[in-house]
Write a protein that binds this ligand. Structure first.
Ligand SMILES: Cc1cc2nc3c(=O)[nH]c(=O)nc-3n(C[C@H](O)[C@H](O)[C@H](O)COP(=O)(O)O)c2cc1C
Length: 187
């Protein structure tokens, strides 16, 4: 059966470095038979930017954010895919605020009352990061940060496409890496 991949891009620049690589990854995965949805996180409609800690999701039996906006719909659909891929530029040593506005809502996909139960179990987490600086200027620590989320999902580590020094990197080499990453997820 074909793999289902959701790529959530947290770059505010539609034609920026991160979206360009996301498009290459998505094209390669589609060519290899996967079904791919790309989410433009900064342009979703939000009732609240991020999680309001209302705990409505924890009181409900559903894996769904109760805020009822487009961000809640996207997060609920994560239950239906094989791969959740988070894509972000490094802004100030971290993932963008726009990505976090969506990913903090993933709290609704985990129940904490009796240990941890989650509809994310068995799914894989992917990560695409672009940075003006080197690995130590954000990409490495952001990858570490997302290992915790990957660990809640499966016993496999986050699968990363890290692109440091993006303005000096060889474009053809980035394209090759993006294609390989997309193909790997489609397998
Ligand atoms: C607000 C801001 C903060 C940034 N902070 C970092 C940083 O901490 N480390 C780094 O390596 N690059 C940093 N950069 C460079 C971006 O990570 C890089 O240009 C990235 O590829 C931009 O992706 P985009 O075109 O999708 O926005 C920053 C850029 C901006 C605009």
């Amino acid at each position: 059966m074909s793999r289902k991949i959701m790529i959530v891009c947290g770059s505010p620049k539609p034609k920026g470095n991160t979206n360009a690589i996301v498009e290459q990854v998505a094209a390669a995965a589609r060519s290899a038979g996967a079904s791919v949805e790309v989410i433009d996180a900064p342009r979703l409609q939000y009732v609240a930017h991020g999680c309001t800690a209302c705990d409505g999701c924890q009181k409900s039996s559903e894996y769904r954010c109760v805020l009822g906006d487009q961000a809640a719909d996207v997060v609920a659909r994560m239950a239906d895919v094989d791969w959740i891929v988070l894509a972000t530029p490094i802004y100030f040593f971290a993932p963008t605020a726009q990505l976090r506005c969506l990913t903090d809502r993933m709290y609704s996909l985990v129940k904490f009352e009796q240990g941890i139960t989650t509809c994310l179990a068995g799914k894989r987490l992917g990560l695409i990061v672009t940075a003006g600086g080197g690995l130590e200027d954000g990409p490495a620590s952001v990858e570490d940060y997302y290992q915790r989320l990957a660990g809640m999902m499966s016993d496999k580590p986050v699968a990363s496409l890290l692109v440091p020094n993006v303005y000096r990197a060889d474009k053809a080499n980035i394209q090759r890496q993006a294609a390989a990453f997309g193909q790997m997820m489609a397998q």
